[in-house]
Design a protein around this ligand. Structure first.
Ligand SMILES: [Zn+2]
Length: 143
């Protein structure tokens, strides 16, 4: 499962995602269905290496997500204490496309972090830039 820019070759990719991360997000999404799963992406500016699954505490989890605030606090505290960088967040669209919804757009803070969205036909990565989300290309790497 790769982005539409996969034909450009590895050097043209914006970021790498480990296969383990891909499989874990897919597993989380299946387990949460028909609700949205959500969590935190950890790694570096070049690679997404780990996920931290979090409870979706939104009152309408079939169509919205809200990452458990405590999970966010913990991840940011760990980063400040020398732990892995909080690269961004992931969530699923159980029966939809992997594009930011109107709600996602409204929730976006424009902080430059990456949003991974897993739709029913695959995952896309989006960067939360101040003016809008823009799609990032990525490659899946083994380690
Ligand atoms: Zn969404």
């Amino acid at each position: 499962m790769t982005s539409s820019a996969a034909m450009l070759g590895p050097c043209a990719m914006d970021i790498a995602v480990t296969r383990d991360v891909m499989e874990r997000i897919e597993r989380e999404a299946r387990a949460a269905h028909p609700r949205e799963c959500c969590g935190i992406l950890l790694g570096t500016a070049q690679r997404i290496e780990r996920i931290v699954p979090a409870a979706n505490v939104h009152v309408s989890p079939e169509t919205h997500f809200e990452i458990d605030p405590q999970a966010l606090i913990d991840a940011h505290r760990a980063e400040r204490n020398g732990g892995p960088m909080v690269v961004g967040y992931y969530h699923s669209h159980p029966d939809g496309e992997p594009h930011p919804s109107a709600t996602d757009q409204a929730m976006a803070s424009g902080d430059g972090r990456i949003w991974a969205i897993l739709g029913k036909r695959g995952m896309m990565l989006w960067q939360d830039d101040p003016l809008r989300f823009h799609a990032l290309s990525y490659e899946v790497v083994e380690v």
